[in-house]
Design a protein around this ligand. Structure first.
Ligand SMILES: [Ca+2]
Ligand SMILES: [Ca+2]
Length: 228
C-alpha cells in the first residue's frame, strides 16, 4: 500500500498533467504527440515521485511515525467527541486479532467496544501489518534498540505497548478529562525477529487524566525519549 499523501500527490500530478494535455491537444489539431522536452519533464517528475515513494516505504521510522501521529489525532478526536456529544467515549485497544483500536460510545456500559451497534462505533483503526504495540510482555530482555521505560519512567516489563493503571481502554469524559494517564507505545519490529527494533518507537502520552492533554514522544537509541 502506498503512503496516502504520496498516492494522492501521484494522482494529482497524473490527472492534472493528463487534463492539461487534453486541453492542449484540443486547441492544436492535429496533435504532434509528445515533444522530447515534454517527455523529459514527465520522466523527471516520475523519477522524483518514485524515489520519494520508495524512501517512504523503506524508512521504518516513517511508518511508525505515521501510525503514531494518527493515534495522537484519534485520541484527540475521541476527546472532542466526548465533549461535543456530552457523553463518555471509549478508546478500546483490546481488538485481539490485530494491533489497533476502536473509538466507540459504550452504550452497554461494559467498558469495551465489542458488541456495540454500528452507530455506536465512531472509528476503527488497524495498524498496517508491520506497525505494532511495543511488546515487552516477556521482558526482560527488552527489544534490542528500544526503551525499557516510558517517558514518565515507568518500567515496561510485562506490558505490551499500553501502559495504564487499569484495563486496556481509555475513557474520555464530557469535561475533556481522561479516565487514566499513561502511554501507548508503537514500534516496528524486524520482520524476522520481534526482539529487534527497526523503526524508532513513538509514544502517545496522556500525562494527566485531569487535563486529558496528549503529546507525542519519540525514542532514539542515543538520547532516549524526546519531543522532537
Ligand atoms: Ca461496550
Ligand atoms: Ca461488550
Amino acid at each position: 500500500m502506498l503512503y496516502n499523501p504520496i498516492k494522492r500527490l501521484l494522482y494529482n500530478v497524473f490527472f492534472s498533467y493528463s487534463f492539461s494535455r487534453l486541453i492542449i491537444m484540443n486547441m492544436k489539431a492535429p496533435s504532434p504527440g509528445f515533444t522530447l522536452v515534454e517527455l523529459a519533464v514527465v520522466m523527471v517528475i516520475v523519477c522524483i515521485l518514485a524515489i520519494s515513494v520508495v524512501s517512504m516505504r523503506i524508512n521504518p521510522t516513517a511508518k511508525v511515525k505515521g501510525a503514531a501521529f494518527n493515534l495522537l489525532a484519534d485520541l484527540n478526536l475521541a476527546r472532542s467527541e466526548a465533549v461535543n456529544r456530552n457523553r463518555d467515549v471509549l478508546v478500546d485497544f483490546s481488538l485481539g486479532h490485530r494491533d489497533g483500536y476502536l473509538l466507540c460510545l459504550d452504550t452497554d456500559s461494559d467498558q469495551d467496544c465489542n458488541d456495540e451497534a454500528p452507530d455506536a462505533i465512531i472509528k476503527e483503526v488497524l495498524f498496517s501489518e508491520e506497525v505494532q504495540f511495543y511488546d515487552c510482555s516477556s521482558a526482560p530482555p527488552y527489544p534490542l534498540g528500544g526503551p525499557t521505560k516510558t517517558p514518565a519512567g515507568t518500567d515496561l516489563a510485562g506490558k505490551k505497548g499500553l501502559i495504564f493503571g487499569g484495563p486496556n481502554y481509555i475513557k474520555w469524559q464530557p469535561d475533556g478529562t481522561s479516565s487514566d494517564n499513561g502511554s501507548i507505545i508503537v514500534y516496528l519490529p524486524a520482520p524476522a525477529d520481534p526482539m529487534l527494533v527497526t523503526g524508532d518507537p513513538y509514544a502517545a502520552v496522556i500525562s494527566s487524566g485531569a487535563t486529558g492533554r496528549i503529546r507525542l514522544m519519540r525514542w532514539r537509541r542515543k538520547g532516549g525519549w524526546s519531543r522532537k
